[in-house]
Design a protein. Structure first.
Length: 94
């Protein structure tokens, strides 16, 4: 699949990923794994920022990247309360 087509595909799936972000089973798994993270975190393919609420905000600085502009928009909405602890950037290829 060509790069532009792949990006468009993910841009169109934001709503589905946002709904899945609230899935209680996945949230429990994320919380268990992610809460113990500390230091500088690089999330590649950050999507809609589903992991944000599970980080211990006192122990991390998160940089997230994604190639989908729509995913980036959604992720930025999700981290507003702790925006000084997160940096979200688009990925540019080629």
């Amino acid at each position: 699949m060509k790069q532009k087509n792949l990006i468009k595909k993910y841009d169109k799936q934001v709503t589905m990923y946002e709904k899945n972000r609230e899935n209680p089973n996945m949230a429990a798994r994320r919380r268990k794994i992610i809460n113990s993270a500390y230091g500088n975190i690089l999330e590649v393919g950050i999507g809609v920022g589903a992991n944000f609420s599970h980080y211990n905000k006192e122990k991390v600085h998160v940089t997230g990247v994604d190639f989908s502009a729509e995913m980036i928009k959604s992720a930025k909405k999700g981290c507003i309360p702790v925006s000084n602890r997160y940096r979200i950037d688009p990925c540019r290829f080629g």
